[in-house]
Design a protein around this ligand. Structure first.
Ligand SMILES: [Zn+2]
Length: 87
């Protein structure tokens, strides 16, 4: 079995790579490394309604951007917008 991370060939039925130690059971690799993205949309709406409107509106705009990017498959852009939302 070929390790998706270091590309070394491991004996079959190994759970972990003998060379880099990473799990061989998740063969899709890259997607599994992604951390989940919070779009903060619900929170942004609440802040806008009950707290400070200028700050809430900015967060709302970013939260909507995050959703737009995620739908379009722009993971990096979505993550950046998500981080900007709660700076
Ligand atoms: Zn490896």
């Amino acid at each position: 079995m070929k390790c998706p991370y270091c590309k070394e060939v491991n004996p079959p039925q190994r759970a972990k790579c003998a060379f880099c130690g990473k799990s061989l059971t998740q063969s899709q690799g890259v997607d599994g490394d992604r951390e989940p993205i919070q779009d903060h949309l619900a929170l942004a709406v609440l802040v806008t309604l009950f707290c400070c409107q200028p700050f809430g509106l900015v967060s709302l705009v970013y939260a909507i951007q995050v959703n737009t990017f995620l739908v379009g498959g722009f993971y990096k852009e979505a993550k950046e917008a998500s981080e900007k939302a709660w700076e």
